[in-house]
Design a protein around this ligand. Structure first.
Ligand code: AMP
Ligand code: MG
Length: 980
């Protein structure tokens, strides 16, 4: 209603040579669409020819104008068909999930529409076969290609409920056909791939969905989005995130002007309307077009691979249309070779033909007088340790221990603990570590489950072990008897394939389960990793971890297989980081193994020592710090890096699982890693394979997450007494690349339950536990990704993000942060996060802790985190409403948020609001104020005060559609020097 001079079309004629010109034509979509372009070209041709020939142009008079169409559409929207179509779409699109394709970069909180495209060329022969397939199934080429695209997206996302957008010309009435204007409409086509359909069945479904959509195509898309009350996230486009278009070359209007040679120049687009848009045109030479992609999300090489996978699918469906979606081959031969073979090179030459105690005995012979072990001021040389272990071994044999027998050990961290481990092994048995610090119930469960007949313990801990059908050997009471045993090595009775230990792991559900590890697994762990470390006699290790956690296996034998010294860290010292730090300095420790959680504490103490220049400052002699046990957040290493760099000591991340013998992968941490949000775990140890597979055991492409499966010589013999669970977790290896041992034990894969993906160079990125993925309001959320963003905040040392369900059953994200600063302001932290993360990933609640609770194994104990009090939201000081508008708004918020006191300066998103609730606020404002508030206003100014101001402006006659206003303003501001 305001008179504006708006230029929606712009032309430039550039002279590039005597006889050569370039015509630039720029039009806004608001006045045109693809169909309009054809009309425009036809009319220009006619006008040009007429002008040249000096005749009257033959351009037909228009029967109607665009305004007539607009009026017609408005009337239509008041009619009954509108309601009918609306209810169709409501049903079709109810609760449609967001398509979460794996992206190369974290999704920005607000879409920027930066884009690029990758060429797509489908050869004529394949195109012909695609047409044949379409005909034979009574479908169109469009439907076949669209079906293939669903299949591709399913395989990339793992989702089975997928919606793709496609444009329709929407020129329903003949009189609209000659009009230039924006008629085009968008249809959201949703299919269900839950049952892993055969391709032909998918095609039938797509045909159905498409035809139905055509039958209800008049409802304008933007209207539909409003009507459905879709939560508009600024990070995603609503309803669908991928678009597909197929153009018909015959519909392309060739530009022909008399006396001129014309050629269409390609236009370089640097925008992307959606995450992905596949544009194809059918021509004589085949299907040509491009895959347009958002460059904030995807790297070029990823999209290039994606195009290759799309072609693989097309090849497959013409040859085998009855394959299921999961069966369609995706990887090219080259990719298969790379992922399955080159990145999983198996070197079988590693020595594993030894026993743990056998290898130790060789080291005793080599360095008998070297100190093997230290604990609280006491030490033993290799020969002393060996002698005491031999005596215990002899006694255990005398009590009937035979190869593979399970012997419990429940001892505090002490020299005796290591003697006991060696003694059990020398007797031929396998040890079952039972941490005295564990609850009695767990200890009893383990003893009973393992059916240990003997328990090696100490009278000081033994009393609290529940009595059962086992015999307890109290080392302190047996000292006389032990002293009478021979000190010589025992005649070996167990070999490499016999059990060495059974460690109980909790797993996420149910009872602990015993993991059976043979001697050879431990032997090869060291030979296969030796190339990286070169552990030696002058190394000093700490036994920091409980012997019931398999990191301890690495710590003990990493020292004792090489003539090094292991310092047993008493429980109390392990828990007091400052004491532990002093121990590391004073003992001259060179190899330190840590969970990332424990090391964060260590960094803090190190920083303090250096700052205060204490006598322990700058005296670390570490060669290696090896991380394991949980995801490493690289950003936690910044301050360490500033003081020590990453090479001295060398920081290494090793991913591993009890079932695969301590470690699986190796990643040397570099400076580049520190800036990444990804937790990189590197490449498998050479005698192990890692396969990243989808739920149908297909290898996934680079960049696509899948479940990590581990094969090779570290895989264990299964679970004790749990055949079904063993069968479930240890599956046949379909790739057959692993080395077969006589007993066939190694030709299987362990399903880890961990998510990961390959980077282009074969490095694996760890992405969390499969069962820890959370969904909130339809969005799949990786808590780890939020955690690492939170941790990057300068005041935050550590963070854990969890889901918390409030009394109303609403789920919220809670950030637990450990800060160095007393004045960390959660509101400010949240404000920063909202700039970095999509709204649905920003935690609603913040709990500042002095430190994170840890489990006995040194991992974060998520169950022990406190519940946030709803009151700890980041609302500011209370200010009551000051006028009627604010009062009404406060009432709306109170209802929507189900909350009593709301101040006019409270941030909607801080007091429990989220995007879904935001749409409710908008619709209530529409009802009460009769104003169409753009949802973006609520995002940008989420206070009662701010909204009230906007309402006031709207009342004063401002436009109520900010986006249009901004767009028009932009157009008006463009340089204005061409003739009108
Ligand atoms: P456990 O068997 O107790 O050692 O636990 C194994 C689990 O710890 C793995 O399945 C992973 O979820 C996790 N884990 C171990 N090492 C790492 C690592 N370096 N990065 C991330 N997660 C790890
Ligand atoms: Mg482990």
């Amino acid at each position: 209603n305001k008179a504006r001079r708006i230029r929606l079309m712009r032309t430039r004629l550039l002279q590039t040579g005597d006889q050569e010109h370039v015509l630039l034509l720029t039009m806004h979509h608001i006045i045109s669409d693809g169909w309009s372009l054809g009309i425009l070209i036809d009319e220009i041709a006619e006008l040009y020819a007429a002008l040249k020939e000096g005749r009257e142009a033959n351009v037909p008079e228009l029967k109607v104008q665009y305004a007539d169409y607009a009026k017609w559409q408005r009337d239509w929207m008041d009619g009954p068909v509108y309601e009918h179509q609306l209810s169709y779409w409501r049903e079709h699109l109810q609760d449609v999930p967001v398509l979460e394709l794996p992206t190369d970069k974290p999704r920005p909180p607000v879409q920027t529409f930066h884009g690029a495209y990758e060429q797509v060329k489908i050869p004529a022969a394949l195109t012909a076969r695609l047409n044949e397939l379409s005909h034979s199934q009574g479908a169109t080429l469009f439907m076949t290609l669209l079906s293939a695209l669903y299949a591709l997206l399913q395989r990339y996302s793992g989702q089975s409920d997928i919606c793709i957008g496609t444009p329709v010309a929407n020129r329903a009435r003949e009189e609209f056909e000659r009009l230039i204007g924006c008629f085009v409409n968008t249809l959201a086509l949703r299919v269900d791939l839950q049952d892993d359909p055969r391709f032909v069945d998918l095609l039938m479904q797509v045909e159905d969905v498409t035809l139905n959509a055509y039958g209800h195509q008049d409802l304008p898309f933007e209207r539909l989005v409003d009507e459905l009350g879709i939560a508009r996230e600024k990070s995603h486009s609503p309803l669908f995130q991928v678009m597909f278009t197929l153009q018909n070359a015959s519909a392309e209007h060739e530009l022909r002007l008399p006396g001129l040679d014309l050629e269409l120049l390609p236009s370089v687009m640097q925008t992307a309307k959606f995450d992905l848009t596949l544009n194809l045109t059918e021509r004589a030479e085949g299907l040509v077009g491009e895959l347009e992609y958002n460059t904030d999300l995807f790297n070029r090489d990823t999209v290039h691979r994606m195009v290759g996978h799309f072609e693989m699918i097309l090849e497959a469906i013409v040859a085998h249309p009855h394959l299921r979606v999961s069966e369609l081959p995706l990887l090219t031969d080259k990719e298969q070779q790379l992922i399955l073979r080159e990145w999983n090179h198996v070197d079988a030459s590693y020595d594993y033909e030894d026993t743990v105690h056998g290898r130790f005995e060789k080291q005793v012979a080599a360095t008998p007088q070297a100190t093997a072990i230290t604990c609280s001021g006491q030490s033993l040389t290799y020969s002393e340790l060996n002698a005491r272990a031999n005596q215990l071994g002899a006694l255990l044999r005398a009590r009937g221990v035979k190869p593979d027998d399970l012997v419990g050990i429940s001892l505090d961290r002490s020299l005796d603990m290591v003697i006991a481990i060696l003694g059990v092994l020398k007797a031929g048995g396998a040890y079952v570590p039972i941490d005295p610090a564990n609850p009695g119930e767990r200890k009893q469960f383990i003893l009973e489950d393992a059916a240990c007949k003997l328990l090696v313990t100490h009278s000081s801990v033994g009393d609290d072990i529940p009595r059962g059908s086992y015999e307890a050997l109290y080392l302190d009471e047996l000292s006389d008897e032990l002293a009478q045993q021979p000190v010589d090595n025992l005649e070996p009775n167990a070999g490499p394939d016999n059990r060495a230990y059974v460690i109980y792991t909790s797993g996420t559900t149910g009872k602990p389960k015993g993991v059976l590890i043979p001697h050879s697994n431990v032997i090869r762990l060291f030979t296969a990793t030796d190339q990286w470390y070169g552990f030696a006699q002058d190394d000093v290790w700490t036994l920091f971890h409980s012997f019931a956690f398999d990191f301890s296996v690495w710590e003990i034998w990493g020292a004792l297989f090489y003539g090094g010294r292991v310092v047993v860290v008493p429980q109390a010292v392990a828990k007091a980081t400052e004491d532990f730090y002093k121990l590391v300095v004073e003992e001259g420790v060179t190899v330190l193994n840590q969970t990332p959680s424990a090391f964060t504490q260590f960094i803090k103490v190190d920083e303090m020592q250096c700052d205060q220049q204490t006598e322990w400052a700058n005296r670390l002699q570490l060669r290696y710090v090896i991380f394991g046990g949980e995801a490493l957040d690289f950003s936690a290493l910044h301050t360490w890096n500033e003081r020590h760099g990453l090479n001295q000591p060398q920081l290494v991340n090793m991913y591993g699982i009890t079932e695969t013998t301590v470690h699986v992968t190796y990643h040397r941490i570099t400076g580049d890693d520190l800036a990444k949000r990804a937790s990189l775990i590197g490449r498998p140890i050479p005698d192990l394979d890692v396969y990243i597979l989808d739920s149908h055991m297909n290898p996934v492409p680079v960049g696509v997450p899948g479940e990590l499966h581990v094969g090779g010589q570290g895989v264990c013999q299964g679970y004790l007494n749990r055949p079904e669970l063993t069968e479930e977790r240890f599956v046949d290896n379909p790739f057959g690349a692993t080395v077969k041992r006589d007993n066939g034990l190694y030709d299987c894969l362990y399903k880890t339950g961990d998510l990961g993906r390959y980077l282009v160079d074969g490095t694996i990125e760890y992405m969390g536990r499969i069962d820890h993925q959370v969904k909130i309001r339809g969005y799949r959320i990786e808590l780890g990704e939020i955690e690492s963003t939170v941790s990057q905040h300068p005041g935050v040392r550590e963070s854990v993000v969890q889901v918390w369900t409030d009394d109303n059953g609403d789920r919220h994200l809670v950030a637990y942060v450990v800060s160095d600063r007393a004045d960390l302001d959660p509101a400010q932290l949240k404000a920063v996060l909202r700039k970095q993360l999509p709204e649905y990933m920003v935690p609603a609640f913040y709990v500042v802790l002095d430190e994170l609770p840890l489990t006995a194994n040194g991992k974060v104990d998520k169950k022990a985190l406190p519940e946030p009090e709803a009151a700890t939201g980041t609302a500011g000081q209370y200010i009551a409403p000051r006028n009627e508008t604010e009062e009404q708004l406060v009432e709306i918020w109170q209802e929507v948020l189900n909350r009593e006191q709301i101040g006019v300066k409270d941030n909607f998103f801080d007091i429990g609001g989220h995007s879904l609730l935001a749409t409710q606020v908008v619709s209530r404002i529409r009802e009460q104020f009769n104003v169409e508030l753009a949802l973006s206003v609520l995002f940008e100014d989420p206070t009662v005060e701010g909204i009230a101001l906007h309402l006031l402006e709207a009342e004063l006659g401002g436009t109520d559609d900010d986006e249009l206003a901004a767009m028009l303003a932009e157009l008006e501001n463009e340089p204005d020097n061409d003739p009108e």
